[in-house]
Design a protein around this ligand. Structure first.
Ligand code: HEC
Length: 246
């Protein structure tokens, strides 16, 4: 019996590991959909740094406004760079054909990328660009080797370089640069600030992929609250019924 359990555990671990196709261990994103402030910060980073190449055409600015509790003015002033109508979807600033000509691959729509790749993968990807003179963009990525995407957040994060022959323990020491990367040139944010920026950005992308999640969070809270009240009522009633029996 023990042996069976052991085998089952091994198989499960094997499956979990193969989800990342043998790449380095994923960093944990700790996304947070509870805080509107964090989601708003993520939205700002997204439109400032991503919508120049990527679209999120399943999402309308007006929906972002409602879901994240923003005013129409705030959205128009801070988020809408690629359109002038609040009912429009988040379209890319450039033409997809140009993207393909410039990068070799058209930057994909990011509406549902969080569902396709998972939050931890996105977080790991955005944390792990490093210098590689052999690439046309000058950078490579630990989690997406040979990616055509440039390191668009390097002004914030700084520039990382890969450290070879790093001891296993150190490589996974939990510092923010990710496994076997170190900061060669600092950016405008500290590693902690940058980790938070990416966490908020990935949280926003998780929301993009499934806006209903925000609603579900709210419903979930009230369901639990209701069950709790019901439990107290049942407990008191139970006590009341049995009071005279003992
Ligand atoms: C200068 C253009 C450009 C900008 C700006 C840009 N990207 Fe990209 N991105 C690309 C290209 C090109 C690819 C395709 C990479 C490939 O397939 O090799 C890509 C791919 C990706 C992928 C992988 C999608 C997949 O599943 O294959 C993700 C995730 C991504 N980008 C996220 C972002 C985020 C988040 C931002 C904003 C911080 C951003 N990108 C900004 C050009 C860009």
């Amino acid at each position: 019996m023990m042996r069976l359990v052991f085998a089952a555990v091994l198989v499960t671990l094997g499956l979990a590991a193969s989800a990342n196709e043998g790449g380095p261990e994923l960093l944990e994103s700790h996304v947070n959909l509870d805080s509107k402030n964090n989601l708003q910060r993520g939205a700002r980073t997204f439109v400032n740094y991503c919508v120049s190449c990527h679209s999120a055409s399943f999402m309308r600015y007006s929906r972002v406004m409602e879901d994240l509790g923003l005013s129409k003015e705030a959205v128009e002033k801070n988020l809408m760079f690629t359109t002038d109508k609040i009912g429009n979807p988040m379209q890319v600033a450039m033409r997809p054909a140009d993207g393909e000509a410039w990068f070799g691959v058209a930057p994909p729509d990011l509406s549902v990328v969080a569902r396709a790749r998972g939050a931890d993968w996105l977080y790991s990807f955005l944390m792990s660009f490093y210098l590689d003179p052999k690439r046309p963009t000058g950078v490579n990525n630990l989690y997406f080797p040979e990616t055509a995407m440039p390191a668009v957040l390097s002004a914030l994060q700084g520039v990382q370089r890969k450290v070879e022959h790093q001891a296993e323990g150190e490589a996974h020491g939990g510092h923010h640069a990710g496994p076997a990367l170190e900061l060669a040139v600092p950016g405008s944010q500290t590693p902690e600030e940058y980790a938070n920026t990416v966490r908020d950005l990935v949280s926003f992308m998780v929301y993009l992929g499934e806006p209903a999640k925000l609603v579900r969070y709210k419903v979930g809270f009230w369901v639990i609250a209701f069950l709790f009240v019901l439990f107290i009522a049942c407990y008191l009633m139970n006590k009341e019924y049995w009071k005279d029996v003992h």
